[in-house]
Design a protein around this ligand. Structure first.
Ligand SMILES: Cc1cc2nc3c(=O)[nH]c(=O)nc-3n(C[C@H](O)[C@H](O)[C@H](O)COP(=O)(O)OP(=O)(O)OC[C@H]3O[C@@H](n4cnc5c(N)ncnc54)[C@H](O)[C@@H]3O)c2cc1C
Length: 394
């Protein structure tokens, strides 16, 4: 049994689904968002924090930036540390770089949900989509989503915004869409602590024990990353071990102490990237991590999700409001070059941040290249411009 058909059934209330939903409502297109978790869980999920200027522009154009403009913090520099000292790179100074706005993803999600509901949108929390009918990626006349324990929901289109393990992606790949993927072979322990940032800027530390990162989130919360062996469990990392390792890799003996606080969350992230060769077909179109997962080394994931939601909203408006499918036909060509450019930079950052472990000739060679890249970034204006353009662009 199916419920009444809407314009677009959106699966997933993350940044991609919520931006898409808001932009569709703006254009007078009715939609429903299906989200498998409850509202509190969705609004409490801490992940990204760095919004590129393009993302802020999109959100502002559509009346979605009041919270981030009021409470977000602007960053234009980042700091690199190694056994050769530290330097600050002022990417905002380059004519090619733009500021980042630091605003926790869960706060953005909260704002987007509130605004979507205020605009009259419908979100069904606790509604887990089990399957998008396989024919949606082919010649079907409608998109049909099966909901666990509930009635099917049908729409003229389905937008899979349900992350990289979602059912939207599964339906497309079952229909023959191929994936390009890479395992970067590195894992991070991602830690959220109840302490103010210890540095003015994002901090990247290169160390023989592995990478460590410092990212501000709010005045009272900081995210840290520690490169850790693949297969490590969060439980292997006591608070003591985390702070000791952070102090060693961020070289606090040389550069000053970190502000301590309780560990609020710890999770292990395996750095992997993939891109679907086409982010949609027929009645089914994907945006965000569903269309491609990007390793967090350059903080691009949420920004790509916002970019794709913007492009998809425009394409769906063409199809639904004007009967013009050319935007959907062009969606892949519009997205993929920008997605691949973000992946290229993210891959470059991964090479900068992670030296190979071990004492073999090849490992020593890899680490020497890593330091040569860092030195070039410290001294070459051309290299700094490359960094600024790609670090802040999307
Ligand atoms: C530790 C960490 C740090 C990061 N830092 C940054 C950063 O600084 N900057 C940046 O740009 N990116 C960052 N990212 C990446 C960013 O968080 C993601 O790219 C972003 O969340 C993608 O948004 P999305 O909407 O595509 O997917 P998600 O945020 O994953 O949302 C998908 C939603 O779909 C729901 N869902 C899934 N399956 C179903 C189903 N079957 N039925 C119904 N609902 C379903 C999920 O519950 C979820 O709410 C980081 C990621 C991590 C893990």
């Amino acid at each position: 049994m199916a419920t009444a058909q809407v314009g677009v059934v959106i699966v997933g209330a993350g940044p991609a689904g919520l931006v898409l939903g808001n932009l569709l409502l703006d254009r007078g297109i009715d939609c429903v968002i299906l989200e498998r978790r409850d509202r509190a869980a969705v609004e409490g999920r801490a992940r990204a924090g760095f919004l590129a200027a393009h993302s802020v522009r999109v959100l502002t154009e559509h009346g979605l930036s009041a919270g981030l403009l009021a409470r977000g913090k602007t960053h234009t520099t980042c700091l690199f540390r190694s056994d050769r000292g530290e330097f600050t790179l002022d990417y905002g100074k380059s004519g090619l770089g733009e500021p980042h706005t630091v605003y926790p993803q869960q706060e953005l999600v909260r704002d987007l949900i509130a605004e979507y509901l205020r605009r009259g949108g419908e979100i069904r929390f606790g509604a887990e989509a089990e399957e998008v009918a396989g024919e949606a990626a082919g010649e079907a006349a409608e998109g049909r989503v099966r909901v666990r324990g509930g009635a099917d929901v049908t729409g003229r289109y389905v937008a899979g915004c349900d992350g990289h393990r979602g059912i939207g992606r599964a339906a497309l790949t079952a229909h023959g869409t191929r994936t390009a993927r890479r395992d970067h072979g590195v894992s991070w322990l991602a830690v959220l602590v109840a302490a103010p940032p210890s540095l003015e800027a994002v901090g990247y530390a290169l160390h023989e024990r592995g990478f460590a990162g410092h990212m501000a989130r709010t005045a009272a919360v900081t995210r840290y990353y520690l490169q850790c062996p693949r297969g490590t469990a969060p439980a292997d990392w006591s608070e003591d071990r985390i702070w000791t390792e952070l102090a060693t890799r961020l070289r606090t003996a040389e550069f000053g102490p970190l502000r301590h606080g309780a560990v609020l969350e710890k999770a292990v992230v395996d750095l992997r990237s993939d891109v679907l060769e086409s982010p949609g077909a027929g009645r089914l179109w994907l945006a965000g991590d569903a269309a491609g997962l990007i390793s967090p080394s350059a903080a691009k994931g949420a920004n790509l999700a916002i970019l794709q939601a913007e492009l998809l909203a425009r394409a769906l408006e063409g199809a639904l409001a004007h009967g013009d499918g050319t935007g959907l036909a062009r969606y892949a060509a519009d997205c993929l070059p920008r997605v691949w450019r973000a992946h290229e930079f993210s891959h470059w950052m991964s090479g900068l941040l992670h030296g190979p472990a071990g004492e073999e000739d090849e490992a020593r060679y890899g680490r020497a290249l890593q330091y040569a890249r860092l030195e070039s970034l410290r001294t070459s204006r051309t290299h700094q411009d490359f960094f600024a353009e790609n670090y802040t662009g999307i």
